[in-house]
Design a protein around this ligand. Structure first.
Ligand code: XMP
Length: 514
């Protein structure tokens, strides 16, 4: 395997992701954990040193273990990793006053072009790269030579070909270095990796880790029916069987037939012990007369935790709480914690719950990105139609029902939403869309059907494209599609007599209506 020594960069997981895309098995360990003994135990085939926020010129700053340099395996240093390599091998690094952030262009040094670490690179003579560093190397260590330069970074790429040590000042793992993945691929090929690792191996490794962490203790998993918690549940169940109990809190704000589908799939198809806490009455009664979006969210979040805690308390001897936390959630909570950011919407989750209940966390998806979770889900045999489902918010239909929530409105909304999604599937558009749904509006409008007057609700269709939900654009349906959908909704759903299409992007809008 390949070992990534993490010096604390925000993007270390991206290195791992690029390697998984190359079907190379890797492990990330924080630098503190990589002692000489640990390194000998892992016996990696290659090592990558990540970037990091510290300065190697600072007394006591992080280092790689000394034995790394005599292990005889290829080493690739990125940014801080480059500086560590130079500092430890006899080069020189200078602090401050050379800060450089953003795009730069690297060209190969004289005589370095074409093969080895450069295979497939520099087709146009230069490569765009992403720089983000405060310090820089000012003298290279003995044995190294410069193999690539940029106008502001004369030592952008350096190498000791004999020892197979490579180091770069920029970040090859990020998208802003378009051919960075090729550079990492060249490195792993040179280190002898053939790329035969697969998601199946990831699954086996994840199962091994869960068993090791949990032992013979019991685990509780909050199941929402979403992709992340479902994949986590199925994976954990494979690892520890009926030591896992899932708790599905049904707040009565799910889509048409959704609760039944969740229960059938997990209880009947997967034989996972599942508690279905059907609490629609509790939630809907509490929501009566509430129309402020934040009040709705807070109320639902609080009740959810109450119910979950109550159900979990029934499970004897539970010591762990499983969560489908993904890597982007981890980065967000790190980079935004303590920042002066404004709450746009208080997202509903079970944060703080483990401490309150005295439980330890099991988070088997913590290293993965959404598309990798989907791949893992497929590997675990979850149906494609399930894996590819659009995201659905924790507070459910409550935030698609601006104004007061009533059972009548929810009923209408469920039917209209089902027709819209059916239309999208029939036209083969589902996978082109990030998220699509109907919102029922708190207004009634006048219409005419047959010879009679109607006075019913208006609804809005919402469909957006997005890569991460942070920004979004409305989906450009054809007029025929929109017309056909409006007709179907009005004909098939009693209670709606007007259909509109929301063409707001995000920003300035948000995806959900509340
Ligand atoms: P907005 O409406 O903020 O939504 O543009 C961005 C993405 O987040 C989802 N969303 C939520 N997900 N709990 C969730 O689990 C929430 O409270 C919540 N609010 C919004 C939304 O569906 C979209 O995918």
């Amino acid at each position: 395997r390949l070992l990534i020594i993490d010096f604390g960069s925000q993007v270390t997981q991206l290195i791992a992701r690029r390697l998984r895309e190359l079907n190379v098995f890797c492990e990330i360990l924080p630098y503190q954990a990589v002692t000489d003994a640990k390194l000998a135990e892992i016996a990696p085939l290659a090592v990558i040193l990540s970037g990091g926020p510290d300065s190697v010129t600072r007394e006591g700053s992080p280092r790689a273990p000394d034995s790394l340099w005599t292990l005889g395996v290829p080493v690739f240093g990125i940014c801080y990793g480059q500086q560590v390599m130079m500092q430890q091998l006899g080069g020189q690094v200078e602090a401050g006053h050379h800060a450089e952030y953003g795009r730069a262009y690297v060209t190969p040094a004289e005589g370095h072009r074409g093969d080895g670490i450069f295979a497939g690179l520099f087709p146009d003579g230069r490569e765009q790269v992403w720089m983000s560093h405060g310090d820089r190397v000012t003298r290279i260590a003995p044995g190294f030579e410069v193999i690539g330069t940029s106008p502001n970074a004369p030592l952008a790429m350096i190498a000791d070909e004999a020892r197979r040590f490579y180091a770069v000042q920029f970040h090859p793992e990020v998208h802003h270095t378009p051919n960075g993945a090729q550079m990492l691929e060249n490195f792993v090929r040179l280190a002898g990796f053939t790329g035969d690792w697969t998601m199946a191996s990831y699954r086996d490794e994840a199962i091994r880790k869960i068993r090791e962490q949990v032992g013979d203790k019991r685990v509780i998993c909050g199941l929402s029916g979403g992709v992340d918690s479902s994949v986590a549940a199925v994976l954990i169940h494979e690892a520890i069987g009926d030591q896992l109990t899932c708790v599905f809190v049904d707040h009565g704000l799910l889509r048409l037939n959704e609760a039944d589908e969740v229960v059938t799939m997990f209880r009947d198809n997967y034989n996972i012990p599942l508690i279905h806490a059907d609490e629609s009455d509790l939630f809907l009664t509490a929501l009566e007369g509430v129309s402020d979006p934040e009040t709705k969210r807070k109320l639902i979040g609080k009740l959810f935790i109450d119910v979950f805690q109550r159900e979990a308390a029934q499970i004897d001897g539970a010591e762990f709480l499983a969560q489908g936390t993904l890597y982007p959630d981890v980065i967000e909570s790190v980079s935004f914690s303590g920042g002066p950011s404004v709450t746009i919407k208080s997202h509903h989750n079970v944060g703080g719950l483990p401490e309150k209940m005295g439980l330890k966390l099991v988070e088997p998806l913590r290293e993965l990105f959404k598309d990798e979770v989907r791949a893992l889900g497929r590997e675990l045999g979850l149906p494609d139609s399930f894996i590819g489902r659009h995201p659905f918010p924790g507070p459910g239909l409550a935030i698609r029902c601006p104004g007061e929530i009533t059972r009548e409105k929810l009923e209408i909304l469920r039917k209209a939403d089902a027709v819209f999604i059916d239309q999208i599937r029939r036209h083969g558009l589902y996978d082109d869309i990030w998220q699509a749904f109907v919102a029922i509006l708190p207004v009634r409008t006048v219409g005419v059907m047959g010879d009679g007057r109607t006075y019913d609700f208006a609804c809005a269709l919402r469909a957006v494209t997005s890569v991460d939900g942070m920004t979004a654009d409305y989906y450009p349906f054809s007029h025929e599609f929109l017309g056909e959908t409006a007709t179907r909704i009005i004909n098939e759903v009693r209670g709606i007599n007007r259909v509109t299409y929301d063409i707001t992007s995000k920003p300035p809008g948000t995806i959900e209506w509340e």
